[in-house]
Design a protein around this ligand. Structure first.
Ligand SMILES: [Zn+2]
Ligand SMILES: [Zn+2]
Ligand SMILES: [Zn+2]
Length: 147
């Protein structure tokens, strides 16, 4: 019988971080937010550990990093698998809500690029800025009231 390998503190914290990212895989969270959530589970965890692990996971293609606005901290989200193309993002300029758009829709463009440039596309980042449905409703009511 072999003794199970003792988990190092680093591995433990890394696994905790991954579990936490998975729990929150329905939204994009900042490193600070993630740090706050991890602190509740392991008070010894440091912000540097959080950044280091996020960087590693990003390099492995397991999470996406998204810069929403200039000067605002990036947010992260767990991906389903490492070879999946990034989903697209719709970002509301009014309430800063990030809405995922899961369909790739770029297959035709990707084919054209591959054919004309001999360039193999493995991923892409596409962000659409605009006004979300809720904000549009609010703006509509505001203008109705003004009349
Ligand atoms: Zn694609
Ligand atoms: Zn909005
Ligand atoms: Zn996303």
């Amino acid at each position: 019988m072999t003794e199970p390998k003792k988990e190092t503190r680093n591995t433990k914290q890394r696994n905790l971080l991954i579990a936490c990212m998975k729990e929150n895989s329905n939204r994009h969270i900042t490193a600070e937010e993630l740090y706050g959530l991890l602190k509740e589970k392991d008070s010894r965890i440091g912000i540097a550990t959080v950044y280091r692990n996020l960087k590693m996971l990003e390099a492995d293609g397991l999470i996406e990093k998204l810069y929403v606005f200039d000067g605002v901290a990036p947010c992260y989200k767990m991906l389903h698998n490492s070879c999946e193309h990034a989903h697209h993002h719709l970002i509301c300029k009014s309430c800063h809500e990030i809405i995922d758009f899961e369909d790739d829709l770029l297959e035709t463009i990707e084919k054209i690029i591959e054919l004309t440039k001999g360039f193999t596309i493995t991923d892409h980042r596409l962000v659409f800025y605009g006004i979300c449905k809720d904000c549009k409703e609010k703006l509509k009511h505001q203008s109705d009231d003004a009349e």
